[in-house]
Design a protein around this ligand. Structure first.
Ligand code: FES
Length: 87
């Protein structure tokens, strides 16, 4: 499990092992627009301000993934304990 921190509100939310970032935030009333929910379409792309992503999508190139400045919260996770999102 890991946590996501929203830059806008400063609030932190836990993401359980059996849920996606999108699901964890949705449970708190925070909606992220999704479509494929499989890391293919890019609809859910969210900017990452801090932390290391565990990219599970097929959308970004390896070069883009290495920057850790955006990710697909419908399927990707975190390698660091906390991901700070531009939300
Ligand atoms: Fe398609 Fe996340 S909803 S990549």
């Amino acid at each position: 499990a890991f946590e996501v921190k929203l830059a806008g509100s400063g609030k932190t939310y836990a993401v359980a092992a059996d849920q996606t970032v999108v699901q964890a935030l949705q449970a708190q009333g925070i909606e992220i627009l999704t479509s494929c929910e499989q890391g293919v379409c890019g609809t859910c792309i969210t900017r990452v301000l801090d932390g290391e992503c565990d990219h599970r999508d097929m959308y970004f190139t390896d070069e883009e993934k290495a920057k850790h400045d955006q990710f697909t919260p419908c399927c990707s996770r975190a390698k660091s304990a906390v991901l700070v999102l531009d939300l």
